[in-house]
Design a protein around this ligand. Structure first.
Ligand SMILES: N[C@@H](CCC(=O)N[C@@H](CS)C(=O)NCC(=O)O)C(=O)O
Length: 202
């Protein structure tokens, strides 16, 4: 299978980690959808990465759908529970982590515009979403090492990618100060070889 991704995309990183944890071989095609000559719009009409192409030529996006496809291959270990309600709960935590990333990306994109063209309230509005999201995640991590059933799941991988993206692009947030359980969690999951091997560098 082939995964098209930009090297620093946190959504693509979630999929790369999932594939690494499951020891599924894949070809990584680096392509930035921000470049004018990007081939991404030809495989994903939405022009976003990650995009996964199966050996049979079927194409999947966006990252939660790709994660669902990878799990549907039924190769251990499993990162989405077989029980339908438990799976919904894992996906809910994934959505929270992905939503934090959406907000962080908007702040980042706004910061790249000339100062005179920046929307003043974007950082505050999106920053508030990030903070509420972090509070919700901190509350979900009341006991145990992992978010669901004390077992590594897609939720943990998604949250780990979101927290490390904040470190990478918005270090000034200093999110660890108010979220000690998430800080412990980030340190723990960040030691996994799959996280170390995919950590973005500026
Ligand atoms: N919900 C999507 C979000 C993907 C996304 O926003 N990817 C960014 C890179 S991190 C992108 O390709 N942006 C290009 C664009 O918005 O035109 C997913 O989970 O795959």
């Amino acid at each position: 299978m082939k995964l098209t991704a930009s090297p620093t995309s946190p959504f693509a990183r979630k999929i790369r980690i999932l594939l690494a944890e499951k020891r599924i071989a894949f070809d990584l095609v680096e392509d930035s959808p921000w470049e004018s000559d990007s081939g991404v719009p030809e495989i994903n009409p939405l022009g976003k990465v990650p995009v996964l192409e199966t050996d049979e030529g079927e194409v999947f996006f966006d990252s939660p759908v790709i994660a669902g496809y990878i799990e549907a291959l039924d190769l251990p270990p499993h990162f989405i529970p077989g029980d339908a309600m438990a799976a919904v709960r894992v996906r809910q935590t994934e959505a929270l982590a992905d939503g934090i990333l959406d907000a962080a990306l908007l702040i980042r994109l706004e910061s790249l515009r000339p100062t005179s063209a920046q929307m003043q309230d974007t950082a505050a509005r999106q920053g508030a979403k990030i903070e509420r999201g972090l509070q919700a995640l901190e509350a979900r991590l009341q006991t145990g090492h992992w978010f669901h059933e004390d077992k590594l799941s897609l939720a943990d991988i998604a949250v780990g990618c979101a927290l490390e993206y904040l470190d990478f692009r918005l270090p000034e947030l200093g999110w660890r100060d108010l979220h000690p359980r998430l800080a412990d969690f980030a340190a723990r999951i960040g030691r996994r070889p799959s996280f170390v091997a995919t950590r973005p560098h500026s």
